[in-house]
Design a protein around this ligand. Structure first.
Ligand code: FAD
Ligand code: EPU
Length: 330
């Protein structure tokens, strides 16, 4: 058995039967067929091994960036194992703008389309042209266009039809030369005439102030998704909780911050065993160093159940939870 402790940012002491490192498309092809259970892993910042894993971990390490400039835009092919934040920094330094709101998100480029990473008013899907992958059943190299990726809030085809069926090898980005600044998020709105570098710097600052650094305190970012609810439910919650924040997503629905719901219930700064509900951002559950998978599931289920009883809203896990045979829902 191989330790997974350093392979996921939550840092539980789980083990896997085997870890295989894949550094090239040729490595991927020669590793096929994969035997179940297997799990494809990037940086492990959205994956929590709550127990030992009975199968093979396939770690994606493909590296390389190729740029192709046209009159209107920059086309950039980035291999799946590149570090996301370093790639964003690379772009901003070379005058290729658009991704600066997504600075300091941990993990790999290959995982970015899986849950369509998003922060501070931007989602990665807005800059993806296509995604290259190897189909596991055939070993064939294929490419899927942005419009066919089913991108939504923390969602894509890679979590549904293509889940467990492909290894992403590269993401093809297109960054228009005509830069449009995105400042709708509260703390960015205060910047006057910011450059992309200013947005990048501010996002890094906000994140460093709010979110725990996984190298200091094990965590996987937001544990739950922000729920989308119907407007009638929002109205009825408002009668008792007039301060509930909400953001419209359509005529009928709006998103509410899970952090606010959890905060109202007094969980902020509380622990269950070695698991902490973070004192700056209660949407983040963290491993104090002595936490166990069992404690994490117990704490997360308690929070979910309390939110359901109090607000009639069912929280769903945003992180990927893995036990012996693979992914589970909370
Ligand atoms: P992993 O955890 O390794 O994998 C995630 C999923 O992608 C798994 O299902 C895995 O099987 C699959 N996968 C990975 N690589 C491949 C591949 N090459 N081919 C096929 N499938 C693959 N997310 C946001 O959206 N916004 C944020 O603001 C944000 N902030 C965060 C802050 C912190 C402190 C932390 C710890 C996490 C945060 N996250 C955020 C979550 C996380 O960083 C992202 O989901 C990131 O994209 C995960 O990348 P990874 O390589 O670590 O993925
Ligand atoms: N809030 C509280 N109490 C708190 C903290 C926040 O009530 O202690 C409320 C406030 O109303 C605040 C709101 O929650 O305005 C939103 O908080 P924040 O702006 O920190 O963002 P979030 O909605 O909690 C989402 C993403 C983050 C992303 C940020 C910034 C999800 C699940 N999370 O968090 O993504 O970085 O917005 O855009 O959508 C991640 O996915 O891992 C992640 C960190």
């Amino acid at each position: 058995m191989t330790s997974l402790k350093s392979f996921h940012t939550f840092g539980f002491s789980a083990h896997a039967k085997k870890i295989t490192h894949l550094n090239s498309v040729a490595d991927i092809k020669s590793a096929l067929p994969l035997h179940r259970p297997f799990y494809i892993l990037g940086g492990g910042s959205n994956s929590i091994f709550v127990d030992d894993f009975a199968g093979e971990i396939v770690k994606i390490n493909l590296r390389g960036i190729e740029c192709n400039e046209t009159q209107e835009d920059f086309g950039i092919k980035v291999k799946a194992g590149e570090n996301w934040h370093e790639f964003v920094e690379y772009c901003v330094k070379r005058g290729m703008y658009g991704l600066e709101n997504l600075a300091l998100i941990p993990g790999t480029v290959g995982a970015a389309p899986i849950q369509n990473i998003g922060a501070y008013g931007r989602e990665v899907s807005g800059f993806i042209q296509s995604v290259d992958y190897i189909e596991l059943a055939t070993g064939e190299a294929k490419s899927i266009l942005q419009a066919d990726c089913g991108f939504g809030y923390r969602d894509s085809i890679f979590k549904h039809e293509l889940s467990d069926k492909v290894i992403i090898t590269a993401v093809n980005f297109v960054l228009p030369k005509k830069w449009v600044v995105e400042q709708s998020y509260g703390e960015l709105a205060n910047l006057s005439n910011p450059t992309a570098q200013d947005i990048f710097d501010k996002v890094v600052k906000i994140r460093q102030a709010k979110l725990p650094d996984p190298s200091q305190l094990g965590n996987a970012g937001s544990f739950f998704k922000n729920p989308v609810i119907g407007k009638p439910l929002l109205k009825s919650i408002r009668e008792k909780w007039p301060a509930i924040p909400s953001y419209p997503v359509s005529d009928e629905q709006c998103k509410v911050p899970a952090a606010w719901l959890i905060d109202q219930l007094g969980y902020k700064g509380k622990t269950l065993g070695g698991i902490l509900c973070h004192h700056n951002q209660p949407l983040v559950l963290a491993n104090t160093g002595i936490g166990t998978g069992r404690e994490l599931l117990q704490f997360a289920r308690k929070i979910r159940d309390d939110v359901l009883v109090t607000f009639s809203i069912k929280l769903e896990n945003e992180v990927r939870l893995l036990t012996t045979n693979g992914l589970i829902d909370l």
